[in-house]
Design a protein around this ligand. Structure first.
Ligand code: NAD
Length: 335
């Protein structure tokens, strides 16, 4: 029960994650806790990192953890992790480090800061950064790690808090190929698809490209559903036809943004839980940086970024990114 309680608590605010609780409950109950084996450092114990770290404990790893939030650290301590006072202290105690931080700046300060990992990293340490960040920052961190005799790989994830709790994440890994076997061994504890993507930064490149498409299809689904409903169509009927026709996509079929069309999605729970609008906005900002750097035209991705930025300014930052449907509704004044 301690595991169950903590796994649920680590997904923070019940409201934010209410739609995930049933599945997490069924995934967590009855999992055996083995004796600790090897030391792993884990930095960033939020909605994703918290349950990922619990899965390491479940599979017998002893872990040393750090987060700027003492509450997040306490939750993991209650599960059996050892707390460190800084990223530097984590690095001094382990030879493998996983990080799951919000954005590029957090990763830079966590690794390169005054009390950062690189202050005391041991030669030979393997770093796996699962945060979604700018691919160029992954390359920068890999270069700094290499000067210390360590290896940095980017390993961003696909799958949300349910997949983190259920150890079914997909990891997109970039870095030296000869290190991939060791990376895969550790990441397999937290995910089921571990894919090698090539040089460092390539994991991030795949991740942000996917999220650009996801944002575009989510906005398209939301505006399509909104229009159809204004034309008098019943939303479930409309979704069922789209999902057997050429407009079908993940956003329409698995994650429909209209409340009541699907159960167990954020749209049917006041857009609580899931993947936050603020995080999607951050990823779309990364896309724009990458598009500028590579002179790539991304008109739809650029527009999606603007829409998600406006949503953040309209009080939807903490809601799931499918709340773009609500945003479009609120912006239609000519009912
Ligand atoms: P979160 O905000 O819930 O967790 C981030 C954690 O990092 C927090 O506990 C915070 O206190 C901690 N933190 C911040 N700065 C720190 C620092 N300098 N040192 C140590 N800890 C620090 O975010 P999340 O939802 O867990 O997402 C983490 C990453 O995973 C993001 O890059 C996000 O884009 C990506 N991601 C999230 C999802 C999702 O569904 N939430 C899905 C895929 C990828």
């Amino acid at each position: 029960m301690a595991l169950l309680r903590s796994t649920i608590t680590s997904l923070h605010t019940a409201s934010r994650n209410a739609f995930t609780l049933n599945s997490i409950r069924s995934l967590s109950v009855g999992q055996p806790r083995h004796k600790p084996s090897t030391n792993v450092g884990f930095i960033g114990l939020g909605n994703m990192g918290g349950p990922m770290a619990v899965n390491l404990l479940n599979k017998g790893h002893s872990i040393v953890v750090y987060d700027v939030s003492s509450e997040a650290v306490k939750r993991l301590e209650d599960e059996g992790a050892v707390a460190a006072a800084s990223p530097s202290e984590v690095a001094s105690k382990v030879d493998r480090i996983i990080s799951m931080l919000p954005n590029s700046q957090h990763v830079r300060s966590c690794y390169g800061g005054d009390k950062g990992v690189f202050q005391s990293i041991r030669p030979g340490t393997l770093i796996l950064d699962s945060s979604t960040i700018d691919p160029s920052v992954s390359k920068e961190m890999a270069s700094l790690a290499s000067k210390k005799g360590a290896v940095f790989m980017d390993a961003p994830v696909s799958g949300g808090v349910n997949a983190a709790a259920g150890a079914t994440l997909t990891f997109m890994v970039g870095g030296e190929e000869k290190e991939f076997v060791a990376a895969k061994e550790l990441l397999s504890v937290m995910g089921k698809n571990i894919v090698y993507c090539g040089e460092v930064g390539n994991g991030q490149a795949v991740k942000i490209c996917n999220n650009m498409l996801l944002a575009i299809t989510m906005i398209g689904t939301a505006e399509t559903m909104n229009l159809g409903m204004r034309l008098g169509l019943e939303p479930k009927l409309m979704a069922s036809i789209i999902n057997t026709a050429s407009g079908r996509c993940w956003a329409s079929e698995v994650y429909n943004p209209v409340p009541g069309v699907l159960e167990n999605v954020p749209a049917s729970n006041d857009y609580q839980g899931g993947f936050g609008t603020a995080l999607m906005t951050k990823d779309l900002g990364l896309v724009q940086g990458a598009a500028t750097a590579t002179h790539s035209p991304t008109p739809m991705g650029s527009l999606a970024h603007q829409i998600y930025r406006m949503m953040c300014n309209s009080g939807l930052a903490e809601k799931d990114f499918s709340s773009v449907y609500q945003f479009l509704q609120e912006n239609n004044n000519n009912k």
